[in-house]
Design a protein around this ligand. Structure first.
Ligand code: UTP
Length: 289
């Protein structure tokens, strides 16, 4: 079955970015000249997704306004002769069909996915965590959809991590099956390095079968009272195969302030307009620090 729908989870508090996120969603922080959330939406569109279900929460209205049409702004731009800019604003609001659902209580990533159950129905779907920006030639989700087409079951994105960082990731116990593809034998959320069964950590892209919803419903909350997707995947493993796919590309966890800054510098250096000026500037100031 074709992957038509993608859930983008954007309901988290973003506490690591306080005070910035006190009054604005972290998904609206810039990555050079676009808000972070736009990269996820564009990746979904380029991967053939037809419907996006964006999970939001209190204080996240700026995201809805951003992808909405602003006739007033377009009119003002047209009047000023800024026809190209007016077109860009129109194009932005017609990128894709977006449905918004509010997660009324922030009870974890697993719970955020569960609130989209009715709108997903009985079909496989994608999940994108907008914090994880993946810079790649072929969009990461598109690569995963190709793997899904081969295996027709749950596919989760994995990457090699430093063992001491296992406490930040879901870690899989892998059985290699082909180039960059591993069958998941078990999966554990945030194990201590000496307990981790590999150095393959799960990152923010998933293709999931609809049976994940039944698993999520019976997943007990963790110590922080959050329902973890990883725990639901471990339950799902008892009835369905899950494959880990090591994607081609560089991932930036922009939910971490230092990495967000690094991603901004890297993307800006690669940008055709800002790159040359920034490179020169960095060359001038670096020796001062
Ligand atoms: P994080 O673990 O990064 O949490 O969530 P967070 O709240 O966004 O950020 P910090 O840790 O407070 O700084 C991982 C993903 O799960 C979503 C987040 O929006 C992010 O995409 N999420 C998390 C939800 O949608 N709902 C939740 O209840 C928790």
């Amino acid at each position: 079955m074709k992957i038509r729908k993608a859930i983008i989870t954007a309901a988290g508090w973003g506490t690591r970015f306080l005070p910035l996120t006190k009054t604005q969603p972290k998904e609206m922080l810039p990555l050079v000249n676009k808000p972070l959330i736009q990269y996820s939406v564009e990746e979904a569109v380029k991967s053939g997704i037809e419907q996006i279900i964006l999970i939001t929460a209190m204080g996240k209205r700026a995201i809805e306004d951003y992808f909405d049409r602003s006739f007033e702004l377009e009119h003002i731009l047209e009047k000023k002769g800024e026809t190209q800019l007016a077109k860009e604003m129109r194009d932005l609001s017609s990128l894709v069909n977006i449905f918004y659902i509010r997660q009324k209580e922030q009870l974890g990533l697993g719970h955020a996915i569960l609130v989209a159950k009715e709108i997903i129905g009985q079909e496989p779907f994608a999940v994108i965590l907008p914090d994880d920006i993946i810079d790649s030639e072929v969009p990461a989700l598109k690569q995963m959809i190709a793997v899904y087409e081969q295996y027709q079951t749950n596919i989760i994105a994995v990457e090699r991590i430093h063992r001491e960082d296992s406490v930040k990731y879901g870690i899989i116990e892998p059985k290699p099956v082909s180039n960059n593809v591993y069958q998941v034998l078990s999966i554990v959320e945030k194990p201590e390095p000496d307990q981790a069964l590999s150095n393959l950590g799960v990152v923010g892209r998933y293709i999931l079968m609809p049976e994940i919803f039944d698993a999520l419903k019976v997943t007990p909350p963790d110590k922080k009272q959050e329902i973890q997707l990883t725990d639901a995947l471990q339950i799902l493993l008892k009835q369905q195969a899950i494959y880990g796919y090591q994607f081609d590309g560089v991932r930036y966890d922009t939910g971490t302030p230092a990495v967000w800054l690094k991603a901004n510098i890297t993307f800006a250096l690669k940008h055709p307009v800002f790159g040359p000026e920034l490179r020169e500037y960095l060359g001038q100031i670096l020796h001062q620090f």
